[in-house]
Design a protein around this ligand. Structure first.
Ligand SMILES: Cc1cc2nc3c(=O)[nH]c(=O)nc-3n(C[C@H](O)[C@H](O)[C@H](O)COP(=O)(O)O)c2cc1C
Ligand SMILES: [Mn+2]
Length: 481
């Protein structure tokens, strides 16, 4: 089912016993983090803080913090969504198919069209319109003791490409500097930053709008690694199987989700950069302070009953890990179009997505593990992956014990490690230079003579089938259970 807005999702979570209301007064300064962190770490429920000291608005955290709630948020099992996306894109001719397949695709294309966002005349996000406002009236959290300030952690930032007019929705945190300004933490490589560069080139005013609190499909879509120019809201429409409803902003030429809780409208200054951070980040470390553009908010609109949603990131596992797992599953079939030998992929939570990918491959020619590494390093946001471990297709990539057993035993360090230089995620603190450094590939597949391994490769140890069956049958008589 499609949730109209965050409130419908909250109601469904609550009726499923997946949400706890907290009536005890709590401070948005550090306290909500500490409570949420303890709850996330034991895969506890979503939390709705109804009595946030000094604020009227309730604060929602941990809405996505388990596989079950993530599935509730996206309305289906992740692998099923992946399959649906794979089928749909195949039919649209985005990958080569025969003439008959193309004919069959016509109704599918119509299906795609039915996901295009729809502009409606009014929406609850504009029930209250304030041109005289202060961002300090929102219960924005200070998450960790070393944070440079308070951060809006679950914002959906809307901008336009001035050349094409195409909309982009990306999740980039916003540090609240004062009553009317925030940081705009889009990393160098992201679409928001690209639109910023294009506005600069065109010398056009860069308007931006931020939605805080939308239906969960839109929240997830803003984090998904879609190529520049692909509308995240079309993708959200696909996920919810219904178009996202939008309203036009009051003061800028952008549209925002009609049922959103809070909307910030404004512009991004083309010249000014301000120090942003430090911020206790999803790596489990503070990301270093750096200079980022500034968002000037000129109008604030909100629902009368607005809820302020936030996510706490920090040492994994945290809530964002589950959003990342959705991406791992949903985008795997699309990665397979480019790299078809990939059987499965695990982005382990401890690697926070950009630091480690484990892939299993069906190897049919020498050097294929390396080819897979290079392909992944050239593929969209997979380019950030600091370590790629390649194992045989028979290995369960989700079983870390099995993976490290294979790595420990299968590699010859002189032959099976690949070190290359390239772009790194802005959050990487280990490379000597920001955005640029080394990546490691580990080929833990079985090596062939043609790969410089003339010795025979031993078989895995396993018991013969007949003995397994024999012991299985004797087992109850052995008194070992
Ligand atoms: C909770 C959360 C916070 C995020 N914060 C940022 C951020 O501050 N800056 C950033 O560049 N990406 C951030 N990301 C990742 C982007 O949302 C993600 O890369 C997305 O694909 C960007 O959209 P774009 O490709 O349209 O730029 C965050 C992701 C999540 C789940
Ligand atoms: Mn984008």
């Amino acid at each position: 089912m499609a949730y109209k807005d965050l409130h419908e999702f909250i109601a469904v979570l609550e009726s499923a016993g997946e949400l706890r209301r907290i009536r005890e007064p709590v401070s948005p300064i550090l306290e909500i983090t500490q409570i949420t962190d303890r709850v996330v770490k034991k895969e506890g429920p979503a939390l709705l803080f109804e009595n946030v000291s000094g604020y009227d608005m309730p604060v929602l955290t941990n809405a996505f913090g388990s596989y079950h709630r993530l599935q509730m948020a996206l309305g289906d099992e992740l692998d099923k969504i992946a399959q649906r996306l794979d089928n749909l894109l195949k039919m649209t001719g985005m990958i080569p198919t025969g003439f008959i397949e193309k004919l069959k695709a016509i109704p599918r294309l119509a299906e795609f069209n039915s996901f295009i966002p729809k502009i409606v005349r009014s929406g609850s996000c504009q029930e209250v319109i304030k041109e005289d406002f202060s961002l300090e009236s929102l219960p924005v959290l200070k998450c960790w003791p070393g944070d440079g300030g308070r951060f809006i952690t679950l914002p959906i930032v809307f901008t336009r490409d001035p050349q094409t007019g195409a909309r982009n929705a990306g999740m980039y945190r916003l540090q609240v500097y004062d009553r009317r300004t925030t940081g705009m933490h889009w990393h160098l490589h992201k679409d928001g930053a690209e639109n910023f560069r294009r506005h600069k080139l065109a010398q056009s005013r860069m308007e931006a709008a931020v939605a805080i609190g939308t239906d969960p499909a839109v929240i997830y879509a803003a984090t998904a690694p879609l190529p520049h120019g692909v509308d995240e809201l079309l993708f959200a429409g696909f996920l919810r199987r219904e178009p996202v409803e939008l309203v036009r902003c009051k003061t800028v030429d952008l549209e925002v989700p009609a049922g959103a809780d809070i909307i910030l409208e404004g512009y991004v200054d083309m010249e000014e950069l301000r120090l942003e951070g430090p911020f206790g980040d999803h790596t489990g470390y503070y990301s270093l302070a750096d200079y980022y553009p500034v968002f000037h908010v000129t109008c604030l609109t909100h629902r009368r009953d607005a809820v302020y949603p936030a996510t706490i990131v920090g040492r994994p596992p945290m809530e964002d890990c589950y959003l990342g797992k959705a991406t791992e599953r949903i985008f795997l079939p699309l990665i397979r179009w480019q790299v078809p030998e990939i059987v499965d992929m695990n982005l382990p939570l401890e690697g926070v997505f950009h630091n480690c990918a484990i892939v299993s491959i069906k190897k049919t020619y020498p050097g294929q593990a390396r080819k897979v590494m290079y392909a992944l390093w050239g593929l969209g946001q997979m380019m950030f992956t600091k370590m790629i471990i390649v194992v045989e297709h028979t290995v369960n990539v989700h079983d870390l014990s099995e993976v490290i057993w294979r790595v420990f035993n299968n590699i010859d360090a002189g032959r099976d490690l690949v070190i290359v230089q390239g772009p790194l995620d802005a959050l990487d603190h280990s490379s000597p230079n920001l955005h640029y450094g080394a990546k490691l590939g580990i080929d833990a597949t079985r090596k062939w003579p043609s790969e410089g391994h003339p010795r025979p490769w031993p078989e895995d140890i396993s018991m013969s089938e007949d003995i397994v069956r024999l012991v299985e049958e004797k087992w109850p008589r052995l008194g070992l259970d």
